[in-house]
Design a protein around this ligand. Structure first.
Ligand code: B12
Ligand code: SF4
Length: 471
């Protein structure tokens, strides 16, 4: 079978990292690796080359098309399938990934034949094999949602695996023509590696914990060492939800990387309490090359921090920052933007950031009810738009006490200060650090700046469109 895998672009109104970072579609590289011995596989990354799809459809004529989707890709994934169906009307269309797993209803659409939930590699391989042997029904394959008229019918449950060790090495040759275009902010050439998935903490706004049913699924250090050692890129984006969930595993991995003399630099997400509780482990990781961690500081206010269900306190936030500062690891610190924020609240965060030089970057996030989360269930009736391109953790999806126009402006100005601080703290001004891809980064910053300026008006238009449809 000819199998085409598509990474769709983000929605046009989406703001944030989409304009500042491009990362290989590791999910599709894993799917491709799983089936490549039996099927012919191609991959189109529309995030970096949106026009490639039409060209590929003419050349390749796929029998099966697999599209991945996060929440902000719901419409663009469907658009990609609409284009596909024009050239290949008989191809089998399959959607999978994070958002179809936590919110399959968003993909109930005649353009989509099958929805794969969860880890998906085995289900997808079974779908391709069944299609190759002439199947027209897929209801015997576990882990799917199949459209039946205007509803979705689930096939048998496919339990989540206990480890990720059954998955093959991602087939990075599928993205060879795009690799030079992947970057992470100021890092020029990067690779993504997944060392685990899931997290068992109870944060009410968290989508990954819903995906993993509150479980933590690791890949073994031996396989990770092999994968990392084989990478050409020096900067590695460990795209776990909480890589340090099991400190012993991370200790073994750091030891193995150091013993093997592998010199790479790493970014990952880490909870502040795991930093505080595992100082020596982070010291080891600093030696192994850990350069930047993303942590949710969330709030400087005791009650607001408690409301997140995150179970960390301000003392741990500060201690984690001190530890990282001593170890020379930077933090990208996430802060929630409350709906009653004023300039004073942003100034308070600025002061906090000034006092903690370990903070290299600051991210501002309005509390976002991602579908499937506990928070979404709680506030469902207060959400003002169903248009998923706005579910980017940068838009206000519920009514606010401070006017949204002011909130977006304050966020835009705060990001301006973040850029200036990063410029100084990372030393981006030094000519020796210059890279041509900074042009893309600066273009992305300008796009985000204007998009935040327009965000209020764009949201109001989206709400009006929705209201007129429901009349
Ligand atoms: C790395 C990452 C990024 C990277 C981009 C990764 C990429 N190439 O697209 C960057 C930093 C750019 C990024 C940006 C954003 N991200 Co992001 N990101 C992640 C993170 C941490 C890991 C994703 C990943 O690569 N996982 C590894 C792969 C292998 O796992 P996977 O995608 O789940 O795939 C497996 C299965 O799902 C399945 N599968 C996947 N696709 C398909 C397709 C088919 C056909 C089949 C059969 C199976 C299948 O098979 C895979 C192998 O088992 C996740 C957290 C998470 N747990 O997913 C957040 C996450 C996906 N991001 C999120 C968001 C909101 C964003 C942004 C909108 C934020 C912003 N405002 O900028 C943007 C927009 C997306 C973009 N592409 O730019 C949310 C999405 C929520 C949701 N319900 O969808 C998540 C879950 C984080 C969160 N806080 O909730 N992100
Ligand atoms: S610690 Fe992070 S990954 Fe874990 S549940 Fe909370 S937000 Fe999600």
């Amino acid at each position: 079978m000819k199998v085409l895998l598509i990474n769709p672009p983000c929605g046009i109104r989406t703001i944030g990292l989409k304009n500042l970072t491009k990362i290989e579609p590791l999910n599709l590289e894993l799917l491709g690796a799983t089936i490549k011995d039996r099927h012919e596989v191609r991959l189109v990354d529309m995030e970096v080359a949106p026009k490639d799809l039409s060209r590929m459809l003419v050349d390749f004529k796929p029998d099966i098309v697999g599209v991945t989707s996060e929440v902000v890709h719901v419409e663009t994934a469907k658009q990609a399938l609409a284009v596909t169906r024009l050239s290949a009307p008989d191809c089998l269309t399959v959607v999978g990934g994070h958002h179809p797993t936590v919110c399959p209803d968003d993909f109930l659409d005649p353009l989509i034949d099958l929805i794969v939930q969860g880890e998906g590699t085995e289900s997808f391989a079974e779908i391709c094999d069944a299609r190759a042997s002439g199947a027209t029904s897929y209801s015997h394959i576990a882990g799917l949602m199949i459209r039946d008229g205007d509803r979705l019918v689930a096939t048998a449950r496919r339990p989540l695996p206990l480890t990720l060790d059954h998955q093959p090495m991602p087939d990075r040759s599928l993205t060879s023509r795009y690799r030079s275009r992947y970057y992470y902010l100021w890092e020029k050439r990067i690779a993504a590696v997944r060392s685990s998935v899931g997290c068992s903490f109870p944060c009410v706004f968290c989508s990954p914990r819903i995906y993993s049913h509150g479980g933590f699924i690791p890949r073994s250090p031996e396989l990770l060492l092999e994968e990392i050692a084989g990478l050409e890129e020096e900067f590695i984006y460990l795209c776990d939800d909480h890589a340090f969930h099991d400190p012993d595993r991370m200790l073994r991995l750091a030891d193995m990387l150091l013993s093997a003399g592998i010199k790479k630099r790493y970014f990952t997400y880490a909870r502040v309490d795991s930093i505080v509780e595992n100082r020596e482990l982070f010291a080891l990781w600093a030696r192994a090359g850990l350069q930047l961690v993303m942590s949710g500081i969330e709030s400087l206010d005791y009650e607001a921090l408690k409301r997140t269900g995150k179970r960390v306190d301000q003392g741990q936030n500060v201690e984690a920052l001190n530890i990282l500062g001593e170890l020379g690891i930077g933090m990208s610190a996430g802060f929630l933007v409350e709906d009653n924020f004023t300039r004073k609240d942003f100034a308070r965060i600025d002061n906090f950031v000034k006092q903690h030089p370990a903070i290299i970057l600051t991210e501002y996030t309005p509390l976002t009810p991602l579908p499937g989360t506990v928070l979404h269930r709680k506030v469902k009736d207060d959400i003002i738009t169903e248009d998923r391109q706005f579910y980017d953790l940068q838009h206000f999806l519920m009514s606010t006490r401070t006017s949204t126009k002011d909130l977006y402006r304050m966020m835009r100005d705060a990001y301006g200060r973040v850029v200036w601080r990063a410029f100084l703290r990372v030393g981006l001004w030094k000519p020796s650090n210059w890279s041509w891809h900074y042009v893309k980064m600066i273009r992305g910053l300008v796009r985000n700046f204007f998009a935040l300026g327009q965000a209020d008006a764009e949201m109001k238009k989206a709400v009006a469109r929705q209201d007129s449809r429901s009349l």
